[in-house]
Ligand binder design. Structure first.
Ligand code: HDE
Length: 727
């Protein structure tokens, strides 16, 4: 039976446990097992297979209220997708504090160590539609809703610490430029087209962000293996009303890992739900994704200490200048019950804050403070979206707001205004000491102007810092990404402007990209550095973007330099066919599982496969349904009959050759070594590539050890043709 939703705010508010949100959601869940099928008014349905007709072959009757109710509901099943971040996945979990921030903020969830706060997290890509591939080259959204006892706090961040633009007024332009072009709605979920690069080439402030999105950060291996950032500088306010600037950071406990662009394109075809599936399966199997949450704290007095502006969202604060203090962990331990009700209907907003957390004057943040409520009104159909279960705070909600589409709350009493005496003047305001929210009393004394701060004008130093902090391999990936993206642009002038912009970051980078485009880096482009000014600006007053020519080195900006060895949850394919050598498969599986990996049996056919000693294995995937891009490493099983079958199957050759091309670990024993030698993996064997361990069938234990070591390094990058040297 449908559980009726009661006015929940009171009962749920009393419960401060991390499970409070689970209880809240449960009040709205429906389990239909053993129940009669009914209409939406509760009437039991006798025949759900036939509409009401005037006679056996007659017309359907307008009177058929069951048909009309069902079809009307169906007709309205879709809601507008998010205008950006439409493609996403989410999960429930908790935040556990292990370092009190009481000195800096009054926020209740940041006071006592050990305190757990329930959260709901949604990851997303930005540009693509709801049904697009997870593997687009794009920024990933990383939005967290903390259900605190003082109300919801939303940290609506990304997996990159900076943004493309400095002022919210440019956001619609940026998004229009990256979305499919309006005349033909092409391309989907891709920035590799004219309009995006046309906009960027006129927007030098995007230089830093472009380095991030052209890097491997834009193609993560998993949501579980990417960092998260609040991007803007926020404020903490403590009990004495003092403010500290703060930047939010999340570091994945599995370490950061990415994939190659070649893989991303292939995965988009093989499994466009790759990240969604990965998150879902990790949680279902008890491998709960986890991040270390940290903050950079900057005293009010240091506001002007740096050669960049803390209010400029195209800049980060290098960890070398302000260390990240770990304060707790974020764990995702529960999948949604219903994707639409939770992941689709969750409504985030940077303006959902609690006492002790406040905004800065970052002009991008200020614009966002308007945008998020506004967008929910159209997306969720009215002003009562906070009553949808996933959005409901666990803190009680009492105010004089009334009515509107889909109102759930039944407010008692006859007053809906303040002040009133008829209702005892309730609900009443809260003093700060009672938890009332008070904004930081920042002093503002200035003229009203429509202009950028001059302190925002260095667009290239941090872009150069990012590029120069990468290893040679990562730099090459950036060059390759730019060659791909700009190579897809059809208008030569756009490429030229981009090459000029790149030359402002790093001449070597610009030359390398130019070589791939068959173009030359122009020495000068008239006018374009004067972007971001109004029509009447005096060109002399416009500060040109400057780059001092030197850039600091920051290791944490590089994935490879900050890599953590380890293979927890890595997915290993065991490629085999009937007649496989059982003892070796067993040994390799054991070693992989012991190191925290997962074993998936990939065979030439579905069902089960028979080993050389009569054992049987259930097949997880048949070759035609997968590709090695979906796995982290491959072991090819020995056994004469098995290898004969694999050798006759072109897909098996493709499987190992692709894994080799993508620098993954590949192991083989017994007869399978000959099979590898008949493929391009032969080079790896000949050159004693440490990530291609091979041996006799009875050497499986030795081979497994090397295999596990190689997987723990994630990739053998030496296999890539390295043309760049770091710096
Ligand atoms: Fe968003 N952004 N954004 N954004 N954003 C939205 O809100 C917007 C920006 C981010 O999983 C929208 O509910 C403006 C920066 C995430 O539901 C919309 C500006 C950062 C999500 C919106 C920005 C973000 C959104 C679309 C520039 C990183 C997905 C649907 C002023 C710090 C949240 C929605 C989810 C979603 C507006 C810039 C992160 C339209 C105007 C910078 C993670 O309101």
């Amino acid at each position: 039976m449908t559980k009726r939703s009661k006015p929940t705010s009171k009962s749920v508010a009393q419960s401060q446990s991390p499970d409070a949100k689970a209880l809240d959601l449960e009040q709205n869940t429906v389990d239909s097992s053993g129940q009669f099928l009914t209409g939406n008014q509760g009437v039991r349905i006798n025949d759900d297979h036939n509409s009401l007709k005037a006679g056996e072959r007659g017309p359907t009757l307008l009177e058929d209220f069951l048909l009309r109710e069902k079809i009307t509901h169906f007709d309205h099943e879709r809601i507008p997708e998010r205008v950006v971040h439409a493609r996403g996945s989410g999960a429930h979990g908790f935040f556990e504090l292990n370092e009190s921030l009481a000195e800096y903020t009054q926020a209740a969830f940041l006071q006592e160590t050990g305190k757990r706060t329930p959260v709901f997290v949604r990851f997303s890509t930005v540009a693509g539609s709801r049904g697009s591939s997870d593997l687009a080259r794009d920024v990933r959204g990383f939005a967290i809703k903390f259900y605190t006892e003082q109300g919801n706090f939303d940290l609506v961040g990304n997996n990159m610490p900076v943004f493309f633009i400095q002022d919210a007024i440019k956001f619609p332009d940026l998004i229009h430029a990256v979305k499919p072009e309006p005349h033909n709605e092409i391309p989907q979920a891709a920035s590799a087209h004219d309009t995006f690069w046309d906009f960027i080439s006129h927007t030098p402030e995007a230089a830093h962000m472009i380095m991030w999105v052209m890097s491997d950060r834009a193609i993560p291996r998993s949501f579980r293996m990417m960092e998260g950032f609040g991007v803007h500088t926020f404020r903490f306010i403590n009990a004495s009303g003092e403010s500290t600037f703060i930047k939010w950071h999340l570091k994945p406990s599995l370490g950061m890992k990415s994939i190659l662009w070649d893989e991303a394109q292939r995965i988009s075809g093989c499994d466009p739900d790759f990240h969604r599936r990965d998150l879902w399966e990790a949680i279902e199997s008890g491998n709960f994704p986890e991040w270390e949450v940290g903050v950079q704290l900057i005293p009010e007095a240091d506001e002007h200490k740096y050669d960049f502006d803390l209010l400029d969202p195209t800049k980060l604060v290098p960890e070398e200048l302000v260390p990240i203090i770990p304060i707790g962990r974020l764990v995702l331990d529960r999948n949604p019950e219903n994707f639409f009700a939770e992941v689709e209907q969750v409504a985030f907003h940077v303006g959902h804050v609690v006492p002790g957390i406040d905004f800065t004057n970052d002009p991008l943040l200020q614009g966002r403070l308007f945008s998020y409520t506004d967008t929910q009104l159209i997306r969720l159909g009215g002003p009562n979206f906070h009553e949808i279960p996933i959005n409901r705070p666990i803190a009680p909600v009492h105010n004089n707001q009334r009515d509107g589409f889909m109102r759930q709350m039944i407010n008692r009493g006859k007053t809906a205004y303040d002040p009133n005496s008829v209702g005892g003047n309730d609900p009443h305001q809260a003093k700060v000491a009672e938890g009332g929210f008070a904004s930081f009393m920042e002093r503002i004394d200035s003229s009203k102007i429509r202009a950028r701060s001059k302190s925002f004008s260095d667009h290239f130093s941090q872009a150069a810092m990012f590029f120069r902090s990468q290893t040679g391999i990562e730099q090459q990936h950036i060059v390759n990404a730019l060659r791909f993206e700009l190579g897809k642009c059809e208008t030569p002038a756009i490429r030229e402007r981009m090459l000029y912009l790149l030359s402002q970051i790093d001449m070597g980078l610009a030359n390398d990209v130019a070589a791939g485009l068959g173009a030359k880096v122009p020495k000068k482009i008239d006018g374009y550095l004067n972007a971001n000014v109004g029509a009447d600006a005096d060109p002399k007053e416009v500060q040109p973007s400057k780059f001092a020519g030197e850039a600091m080195d920051s290791a944490p900006l590089s994935i490879i330099r900050s890599a953590k060895p380890g293979m927890a949850t890595a997915k290993i394919a065991i490629l085999l066919a009937d007649g496989f050598y059982e003892a070796a498969v067993e040994a390799v599986s054991k070693a992989v599982l012991a190191a925290g990996g997962q074993v998936k049996i990939v065979a030439t056919h579905a069902g089960t496969v028979a080993g050389d000693h009569g054992g049987e294995l259930a097949v997880d995937f048949s070759l035609p349904t997968v590709a090695s891009v979906l796995f982290d490493a491959v072991y090819v099983a020995g056994g004469k009959a098995c290898v004969q079958t694999l050798s006759a199957e072109p897909r098996a050759t493709e499987f190992v050759e692709e894994a080799f091309k993508h620098c993954k670990a590949i192991a083989a024993t017994g007869a399978a070594v000959e099979f590898l030698e008949s493929t391009r993996v032969a080079t790896g064997i000949a050159e004693s590539d440490p990530a291609v361990p091979v041996g006799e069938d009875d050497e499986a234990a030795k081979v497994s050890k090397k295999f596990v070591e190689a997987i723990s390094q994630h990739r053998n990058w030496d296999r890539e043709l390295v043309t760049r040297k770091n710096g």
